[in-house]
Write a protein that binds this ligand. Sequence first.
Ligand SMILES: Nc1ncnc2c1ncn2[C@@H]1O[C@H](COP(=O)(O)OP(=O)(O)O)[C@@H](O)[C@H]1O
Ligand SMILES: O=C(O)C1=C[C@@H](OP(=O)(O)O)[C@@H](O)[C@H](O)C1
Ligand SMILES: [Mg+2]
Length: 178
Amino acid sequence: MIDILKGVNLYLIGMMGVGKTTVGKLLAEEIGYRFVDTDEVIVKAAGKSINEIFAENGEAEFRQLEGDVLAQVCAYTKLVVATGGGIVIRQQNWSYLHHGLIIWLDAPIQIILQRLAADDTRPLLQDADMESKLRSLLEQRQPMYSQADLHITISATETPEEIATRILATIPSILKQQ
Ligand SMILES: Nc1ncnc2c1ncn2[C@@H]1O[C@H](COP(=O)(O)OP(=O)(O)O)[C@@H](O)[C@H]1O
Ligand SMILES: O=C(O)C1=C[C@@H](OP(=O)(O)O)[C@@H](O)[C@H](O)C1
Ligand SMILES: [Mg+2]
């Protein structure tokens, strides 16, 4: 796997709660890559939480920081990058994502709802009607997520380890197509 990837970065995209951060760490361990989470880099650089950035600086500034972080990490190789779910909405981010292999983790809304029902760290989901909010975000973003090189649909019972294994098993076939 390491040989055929030739150091190319893996970028995980997809909705909040699909498991980009969780699965990304496992993928990196498995293939001996370093793991980067764009949200973690932003939080460290800003010295405040994602909630605080959204509340105090606004979403537009968060998106600017997110794009800046992506541009910086693209200079490195051998990375698994877990992105934030909204990274796909800026067209210019795609020029960076396309430096590597883009993997869309996709899960039914019901799975995401279960996972994030008690979560208060995603400012965009602090809405009385979380399900409608998720549906409208997905509707808006789906055409962009579908530009990924690899589409992985997750079932309710699949563990992060199983998902990472499935991704790694599928990568050789997409590399051949490119
Ligand atoms: N395959 C899985 N099965 C069960 N729970 C999961 C799975 N993947 C992630 N989770 C849980 O779902 C929540 C969101 O996962 P996270 O990796 O933060 O998603 P994302 O980075 O895509 O927003 C976390 O509580 C995590 O532990
Ligand atoms: O979908 C989004 O717009 C967001 C997703 C979050 O990351 P995760 O996808 O890792 O939850 C985080 O970047 C921020 O709360 C905004
Ligand atoms: Mg994440």
